[in-house]
Design a protein around this ligand. Structure first.
Ligand SMILES: Nc1ncnc2c1ncn2[C@@H]1O[C@H](COP(=O)(O)OP(=O)(O)OP(=O)(O)O)[C@@H](O)[C@H]1O
Ligand SMILES: [Mg+2]
Length: 596
């Protein structure tokens, strides 16, 4: 009887490995562009057909490969980048496992042409589903060109997991942009369906950041700091130019784009007192280390790293950013007039969770709110828990106060232009005016939506919106949702769009920044929620942007209008994002304190 256990054939091993390395076209773009960077190319061209599903071509002018190297590079575990285990901890190249090319080749029709400066001829290799079909000598310039066609042709189940071309293209753009940010001295070109998506010439870091993020120089200030083995550099955005998504927080470890909880949490902690809820700083940060303080081999797509001294890294990054923001503040820069909450220079005034190292020395976990400590890998989850929408369900409508409760409160005054202090016979009541306005706006929007009369207002002068390539794709993808919410946005050639109408509630608050935030928030939401939750979340996003800011002087008339509107709300006293808007202190507690 033959044994049930057998060694799998190598092409099957490669296909299984490809499951980890090659998830979608953008994974291939990432691996191949990284190889070109490791080959010290100064020019990298990426061409895609059908967002890379049909064809991906990566061309570089790097060091190229000899005939022998070409034959070897498609073998599993063949790498020129490390020799011994210790190298893994010192590795400066983006690749090191020697598995990208065989994995990619095993799920596509794969052609590689490469030539070094020392040979006259180039070598061309063709593989079909990982099986070598032909190899020949051809003429070609110095460097390497790889073509990947009909991705997943031999694993149709995986083909089904691919998303629309617009989504897959936006992933590819994102990957190339990230790598381009880390390598401004390399010029990058991205072409889709034979049309230029972008061309990024060699540049300084700041020029590259401005080109990729489509921003102006005044948005950023440089940051540079050293501690122990670590060197931190890059640019941090002024809080008043914050964005609506954490995607503009770019972090790199040894020039490798990573999404690391420790780094993102450190950034969010540093900006905590400057940036209002639901907004994120624009940051491009490079952390470099010579030593063996970081393990890069912890994620199949190398998107994550593990620091030996997580706690140290967290505090170094947080302090460095806060120092920069603090210096700006003392230099009289108006960091963010409406969210600065005071406190010592560069210090976050509100109590923040204390960080403790978990037993296994992993990322820091907060001893503060539970959600914050719970790890998921999304950027979204790294920000405080109240950024997640907790729209109270329709059923939870029992009145939480008696009719006319708020209207009948005695209003004492406003604290820090943010909180309304009121009293009734038993309690002192603090009302967070921003959260309360948000809830009122949300309820209005929800009613309009339910009655199918979401009010739209045409702008006297349409706003012209210049967006990034990625945002242009998002705008097209989300056009139905945006018009459902009352936006009328038209393409105006290239990456310019015209905003002709907006939801009425948003009319007085509209700005390019607000529209950008809305687009990105809609995208995040569509990824994580379903059905009614999505529309509730969208309405909450609009409500947040239409509400009064946290710091604004209100007249007595405005306060009493708000209190009356709060009486119309039939759900518990929370803003649509789940933050309470009402905090009560019983008078008996005050009396107890004074021992009366
Ligand atoms: N564009 C290129 N120019 C020159 N050499 C290349 C290029 N792409 C790949 N190679 C060579 O082929 C080898 C195998 O590439 P592959 O991407 O499979 O592995 P790797 O980059 O070493 O590690 P990883 O699997 O982590 O990416 C590389 O080590 C490198 O020597
Ligand atoms: Mg590689």
């Amino acid at each position: 009887m033959s044994s049930r256990i057998k060694i799998l054939p190598s092409h099957l091993i490669n296909q299984i490995a490809a499951g980890e390395v090659v998830e979608r076209p953008s994974s291939i773009v990432k691996e191949l562009v990284e190889n070109s960077i490791d080959a010290r190319a100064t020019q990298i061209d990426v061409e895609l057909l059908e967002a890379g599903k049909k064809k991906i071509v990566i061309r570089d002018n790097g060091c190229g490969m000899t005939k022998e190297e070409v034959e070897l590079c498609i073998e599993r575990y063949a790498t020129s980048k490390i020799n011994i285990l210790e190298d893994l901890f010192k590795v400066k190249t983006l690749g090191f496992r020697g598995e990208a090319l065989p994995s990619i080749a095993s799920v596509s029709y794969f052609t590689l042409i490469s030539k070094t400066k020392d040979t006259v001829e180039a070598t061309k290799l063709f593989l079909e589903g990982g099986k070598k079909q032909a190899s020949k000598i051809v003429g070609a310039p110095i460097g390497t060109e790889i073509q990947v066609e009909d991705l997943f042709f031999n694993t149709p189940a995986r083909l089904k997991f691919l998303k629309s071309n617009a989504t897959e293209l936006s992933h590819c753009i994102e990957i190339v942009e990230q790598l381009a940010l880390a390598h401004p001295m390399i010029s990058f070109k991205l072409v889709h369906q034979e049309k230029d998506v972008f061309f990024l010439p060699r540049a300084t870091l700041l020029e590259r950041i401005l080109a990729v993020l489509k921003e102006k120089p005044e948005v950023f200030v440089p940051i540079e700091n050293n501690a122990s083995q670590f060197h931190l550099s890059g640019y941090v955005g002024l809080p008043r130019f914050m964005g609506g998504t954490s995607r503009q927080c770019y972090t790199f470890v040894n020039r490798r784009p990573v999404r690391d909880r420790t780094l993102l949490h450190a950034i969010s902690a540093a900006y905590q007192s400057f940036v209002p809820q639901g907004h994120y700083p624009k940051v491009v940060l490079f952390l470099e280390t010579e030593g063996e303080d970081v393990d890069v081999n912890v994620h199949p797509a190398k998107r994550e790293v593990r620091f030996k001294e997580t706690h140290f890294v967290h505090s170094f990054v947080e302090k460095s950013i806060r120092q920069v923001l603090g210096q700006l503040r003392s230099a009289g820069d108006k960091l963010n007039s409406h969210v600065w909450l005071g406190g010592a220079e560069g210090e976050a005034p509100s109590p923040r969770p204390q960080f403790t190292r978990t037993d296994d020395g992993e990322s820091p976990s907060a001893t503060g709110p539970k959600d914050e400590a719970e790890g998921t890998d999304s950027y979204f989850s790294l920000y405080p828990p109240d950024h997640r929408i907790q729209v109270l369900r329709e059923g939870a409508t029992e009145a939480f106060t008696q009719t006319g409760y708020y209207r009948n409160l005695h209003y004492i005054g406003q604290i820090k232009s943010s909180y309304l202090l009121c009293e009734d016979k038993d309690e002192l009541i603090f009302i967070d005016q921003h959260a309360a306005h948000e809830r009122v706006a949300f309820e209005k929007l929800r009613k309009q939506y339910r009655d199918s009369v979401l009010q739209q207002q045409y702008l006297l002068v349409p706003i012209s919106l210049e967006v990034t390539q990625e945002e242009a794709v998002l705008l097209t993808e989300l056009s139905q949702e945006l018009s459902q919410l009352g936006f009328e946005i038209e393409p105006f050639g290239g990456t310019t769009f015209l905003i002709k109408a907006v939801p009425s509630l948003l009319h007085d608050h509209i700005s390019i920044e607000v529209i950008r935030s809305v687009i990105h928030e809609l995208k995040e939401v569509s990824k994580t929620l379903v059905g009614d939750e999505i529309i509730n979340h969208h309405l909450a996003t609009l409500a947040c942007h239409s509400a009064r800011t946290a710091k604004e002087k209100l007249s007595r008339e405005e306060v009493s209008a708000l209190l009356s509107e709060l009486d119309q709300i039939k759900v518990a006293p929370h803003c649509p994002h789940g933050r309470p808007f009402d905090f009560r202190v019983p008078i008996v507690d005050i009396e107890k304190y004074f021992r009366r």
